[in-house]
Design a protein around this ligand. Structure first.
Ligand code: HEC
Length: 132
């Protein structure tokens, strides 16, 4: 009987540890969509994502930045070995690691890694993964 009590205590402790705040940050797509649409974003109130990324361009040509629609689908195949999620994360944190055709290194704002919280980053990634 004692043994069973002891075991359930261990299990309860393990469950508590997993649900604690030290676990991985889980992104929320709805929150990410709001952040993405803000005119300014982050600690330094830099120009927000939509100031460069338009949702869609009727003639299919990108302008200031690749358009938002289809980001998840494109991201799945941009870099061999990188999942859509990892590619999107990398594109925000290190935009120059892979530069999309027709654009130059430095065209995207470079400091999101410093400006955004881990939660904001996770929310943005969760949102962009829904734009298939
Ligand atoms: C100053 C303009 C600008 C801002 C602001 C900007 N981007 Fe970008 N972004 C670009 C450009 C230009 C590219 C393409 C060049 C490259 O690959 O770095 C790009 C590429 C991307 C890509 C890769 C798209 C693809 O099709 O491969 C993602 C994802 C992305 N940006 C997300 C974001 C998010 C999220 C934000 C806001 C936190 C943001 N960007 C803010 C200009 C910008």
């Amino acid at each position: 009987m004692r043994k069973i009590l002891f075991l359930s205590l261990i299990i309860a402790l393990l469950l508590a540890a997993c649900g604690g705040s030290s676990g991985p940050v889980v992104g929320d797509a709805a929150r990410g969509k709001k952040l993405y649409g803000q005119s300014t974003l982050g600690k330094k109130s830099a120009e927000g994502c939509v100031s460069c990324h338009h949702y869609d361009v009727p003639d299919g040509k990108d302008d200031k930045a690749p358009y938002t629609k289809g980001t998840a689908a494109r991201s799945a195949t941009r870099v061999p070995g990188l999942s859509a999620e990892d590619y999107i994360k990398e594109s925000i944190l290190k935009p120059d690691a892979y530069v999309v055709d027709k654009y130059k290194a430095g065209d995207m704002y470079q400091k999101w890694g410093e400006d955004l919280s881990a939660q904001e980053l996770a929310d943005l990634v969760a949102y962009l993964l829904t734009e298939k």
